[in-house]
Design a protein around this ligand. Structure first.
Ligand SMILES: [Zn+2]
Length: 179
């Protein structure tokens, strides 16, 4: 690294700390030649992840955008913002752990719906109505009837396992959000 003032490369780090958001490390550096100080930031390089829409358009995966869709669907339900933030983080982590650069939007939607269905029926149906863009009342009724026939927790095995896992993660949430 070159000193921005004199161009020399003899630099020492005088201070190193996390930035306010915790997403970068901020370093104060001092040039050993001219004595001037400057700041550098070190960030994790996250490769972009694109969501491919039905019409083929690609859009960078956006945590805030997914969250706002979920907030809309969850109005006046028992889902708290922290539940939704956790859900979005889970989805993003699941996608990023696959080391992919693109994901079809329907796959993201299916992941959201599978989790939402376990959490809150109303939010699930609302989200499904937007995401699947129900063509008519008949389609919506089919979804509602399906939920009524298989309420959260009644499906064997998987439902119970997922709920258990969520409880554990829920307790850890306050720690995660502080970072
Ligand atoms: Zn210098």
């Amino acid at each position: 690294m070159k000193c921005p003032f004199c161009g020399e490369t003899d630099i020492k780090v005088v201070d190193s700390r996390d930035s306010e958001t915790g997403e970068a490390i901020r370093r104060r550096r001092e040039c050993l030649i001219c004595g001037k100080r400057f700041t550098t930031y070190e960030r994790v390089e996250v490769p972009p992840l694109y969501v491919v829409k039905k019409d083929g358009r690609r859009e960078e995966f956006s945590r805030p955008k997914l969250l706002s869709g979920l907030v809309m669907a969850s109005k006046k339900t028992r889902l708290a913002p922290s539940n939704l933030e956790l859900l979005v983080a889970e989805i993003e982590n699941a996608l990023r752990s696959q080391n992919i650069t693109e994901v079809p939007s329907r796959e993201v939607g299916a992941m959201v719906m599978a989790r939402l269905r376990e959490l809150d029926e109303i939010a699930y149906i609302r989200f499904a109505s937007v995401y699947r863009s129900f063509k008519d009342a008949q389609e919506m009724r089919a979804t509602i009837e399906d939920v009524l026939a298989h309420p959260p927790g009644t499906r064997p095995d998987t439902a119970r396992r997922q709920r258990k896992r969520r409880d554990t993660e829920g307790r850890e949430l306050p720690l995660d959000l502080g970072k």
